[in-house]
Design a protein around this ligand. Structure first.
Ligand SMILES: NC(=O)c1ccc[n+]([C@@H]2O[C@H](COP(=O)([O-])OP(=O)(O)OC[C@H]3O[C@@H](n4cnc5c(N)ncnc54)[C@H](OP(=O)(O)O)[C@@H]3O)[C@@H](O)[C@H]2O)c1
Length: 394
């Protein structure tokens, strides 16, 4: 039986068209970094039923190729329906390396790669020195390695829409150069901006395209089964019914499967009109905080309740302590306070990331978060808040 999962969009039908187009794009040898992560796992899963999958190479941190293959298999399995056969990943497809290793890209198998998808990064909002060595320095070494690969057809850098910095809204378009010092709320977005700028400046001959996802939450069909990243925070905001932004503030959210299928399609599309694309819900698919809270209230079947209240950042600490005191489990209130403060600052930016470029490439529009929020909520119900928070505090 086929369910109409997304009554508000043509997403399902368009995605099937996209999968067919991808299959027609000819043979490719794709090298993927970050396959054990949220986005990289979804990219590998999107490619798993294509003819190109067996030729793929994965850079993975592991003690052996066997362990690396097992890590990739487990990562892909998060994105498959229960009962689906496990994906076949062989040891020959694995390059065991840490991006920060000086010789991480020495493997001769990389000489035969036609497409790179560089998704690995340190995504922590904390101020860690490794953010610079992994997100910037290692990305440059990767680009340098592939600038010497004759048959390279595309180098996809998975960027971040939030790397645009502050004071850009409400509608953010894809500028080529990203701002650096004093323009960022966290070092992570600055590292993404720095890496993308340097790729373009230092490797002008690289067949580079930067794909910048907005905020990725859940999976449109599997909800939070692959990861509860950021979902738990939205749920806490709905339970507090108070936050630092007005109810009219927009959040531009996309599901991970939409993000992955768009990355795959743009990677394999023979020609692209632009060097940079947002992968976003954009003007039609973004929802306001007010709309999100209304949708959460419906999942609780709790009636209307008190109206939402906008509060100051200073009030968050007391709110978190009260929340922790009545919670049914022990909560790390320090971490929760930190997360609410930082995400509050991002939410106050009130950004919508222009999605007209991906639409102009024939990509379908993203489903609205409101269309699959219930699925996220149901799939997260068996998980403690601590387990959900662990998806973002690794
Ligand atoms: N999630 C979002 O909302 C979002 C939004 C916009 C853009 N993005 C971008 O999407 C990309 C993927 O993000 P994600 O959410 O999938 O992050 P993630 O779940 O934290 O995954 C990060 C991946 O990078 C790998 N990695 C980190 N450090 C490494 C190292 N030193 N050597 C080798 N591999 C390393 C990790 O490997 P291990 O498993 O070994 O740790 C993992 O596979 C990033 O470039 C991020 O900037 C994400």
């Amino acid at each position: 039986m086929v369910f109409n999962l997304f009554p508000r969009s043509k997403w399902l039908r368009d995605t099937q068209d996209l999968a067919a187009q991808t299959r027609q794009s000819g043979p490719a040898r794709i090298f993927l970094t970050g396959a054990t992560g949220f986005v990289g796992g979804a990219i590998a899963a999107a490619l798993a039923d294509t003819g190109n999958f067996k030729e793929m190479l994965f850079l993975v941190r592991a003690r052996s190729a066997a362990e690396g293959a097992q890590r990739v298999r487990q990562s892909i399995a998060r994105f498959t329906q229960p009962g689906a056969p496990p994906p076949e990943v062989s040891e020959q497809q694995v390059i065991v390396a840490d991006l920060s290793d000086a010789d991480a890209f020495a493997d001769a198998r990389l000489d035969a790669v036609s497409h790179v998808i560089h998704s690995a990064a340190i995504t922590s909002f904390a101020d860690r020195p490794a953010i610079w060595t992994v997100n910037v320095d290692a990305t440059m070494r990767l680009a340098e390695r592939f600038s010497r690969v004759a048959g390279l057809r595309r180098f996809v850098y998975v960027g971040a829409a939030m790397a645009c910095g502050v004071a850009r809204g409400p509608l953010v378009t894809e500028t080529l150069h990203l701002p650096l010092e004093r323009a960022h709320l966290v070092p992570y977005t600055e590292s993404k901006a720095r890496a993308e700028n340097q790729l373009r400046e230092r490797f002008p001959e690289l067949p580079l395209v930067a794909l910048r996802p907005s905020i990725i939450v859940g999976h449109s069909a599997l909800g939070c089964k692959p990861s509860a990243s950021i979902f738990w925070l939205l749920k806490v905001v709905s339970q507090l019914n108070r936050f630092v932004c007005p109810p009219s503030a927009y959040l531009d959210i996309v599901p991970v499967d939409y993000c992955a299928s768009t990355i795959v399609a743009l990677t394999l599309k023979p020609t692209l009109a632009f060097p940079v694309y947002h992968i976003s819900a954009g003007q039609d698919g973004s929802a306001t905080i007010g709309e999100l809270l209304q949708a959460f209230r419906q999942t609780e079947a709790s009636g209307q309740g008190q109206p939402y209240q906008r509060v100051t950042e200073a009030a968050l600490k007391q709110m978190v302590q009260s929340f922790g005191a009545v919670a049914q489990e022990a909560i790390d209130t320090r971490m929760l306070h930190k997360a609410l403060t930082l995400y509050g600052r991002f939410s106050r930016l009130n950004y919508i990331f222009d999605q007209r470029r991906i639409l102009s490439e024939g990509m379908p529009p993203a489903p609205s978060f409101l269309d699959y929020l219930v699925r996220c909520d149901h799939s997260a119900r068996g998980l403690t808040l601590k387990a959900q928070m662990a998806c973002d505090f690794k």
